[in-house]
Design a protein around this ligand. Sequence first.
Ligand code: IMP
Length: 422
Amino acid sequence: MSKIDVVLGLNYGDEGKGKVSTFLSQNADIALRCTGGNNAGHTVEFNGSKIIFHLIPSGILNDKTEGVIGNGVVIDPRVLFEEISFLKDQGVDLSKLHISTRAHLIFPYHIAEDKLEEFLKGDDKVGTTARGIGPCYMDKANRIGLRVIDMYNPNFEKKLRRNIANKNKVFKLFGFDTLDEDAIVKDYLNYRDMLKPYVTDTVLYLHNALDENKNIICEGAQATGLDMDLGDYPMVTSSNPTIGGIQTGSGLSHKDLTNVYGVCKAYASRVGEGPFITEQNNEIGDTIRELGHEYGATTKRPRRCGWMDLVALKYAVRVNGITGLVVNHLDTIGKLGKSKLCVGYKLDDKVYTEYSDDVIGRESEVEPIYEEFTTNFNIEKETNYDNLPDAAKEYIKAIENHLGVPVKFIGTGPSNEDMIIR
Ligand code: IMP
């Protein structure tokens, strides 16, 4: 029987999905990305070098693991080929990379539109990564997007020129720089040839792999709080980083999924705008940021930091059907002395222990209800659960009790090996 492991972020991204994905991919025949684009980023240490992955599933680093970029991903070819070239230099065999015919392409006008959209939103800006992700998905929904397969259609150049011309009219209207139509067309005709060796009917490829009893690891991007349907709309990304996105972004069926791992940190962080009920916009948040090195892998922005929110996490566990938890940075909270877990929300004298839409738009009025824990332990690089001090075990048990799901992996340091497996 084949096995599919899915790794999903449960908060606002940057939970450390890369570490557990890298571990699980060691036994995987295929590593798969299904949603998002180069707004994602995770750092993996390989042969003494640090590699930041934005698009290619990191599991491709294993000699026997094939990499698949599924149909739900949006691809900026410039970034893709930078990544390919870097990996080739590291000696990675890129003939193992398969890119979906149906994945949508990001064009320079999407990046310009991302900036324009943010500018027009003014105070309501989302704080996007400015990589053109949202506008690319907008064009997909608007049915003017261009997919990988469309590049090989005789109409491609005509459609691309029409898109650029129309977008330029809008840029002009708002006083933004227009784009050089001929230069973009030239670049993308070049990318068309460069992409050719990787282009695959990935739905068929994945189903054939299942028939051959192969193991697949799905490396999720972003997280539940950023899901455009189930997250903090409108402060979200433009795709579905929840479990449904894994299926629509790959063509794999729910029946085929085995384990769905949900990744969180022993505290919480967020980049960009949007509600963050347990945020510590104070010295505690600053300390967590420094101890946990909370600066964006993609944009280098300092991350907003706060306490772990079990109300939001319970919601994320439910909507994704999480079967096991990954709690990263347990070592980091061990340096804080005391830490808090948010176990409820108080709003209008009512206590909520389940996430409720009553709080939508009123997040800043919510008073988090905390349980306090002593977290004064040094567990850096620990790999054995039995060696953890009682205080660390109590923290993990409290998480399990509230969420009703076992904690299967615990991060105890920055390196991939710094992990407890239960
Ligand atoms: P976009 O995905 O670039 O459109 O940005 C939308 C929101 O999602 C912004 O708040 C970003 O900071 C956030 N975001 C997108 N990708 C990631 C990620 O990989 N980690 C954390 N936040 C992300």
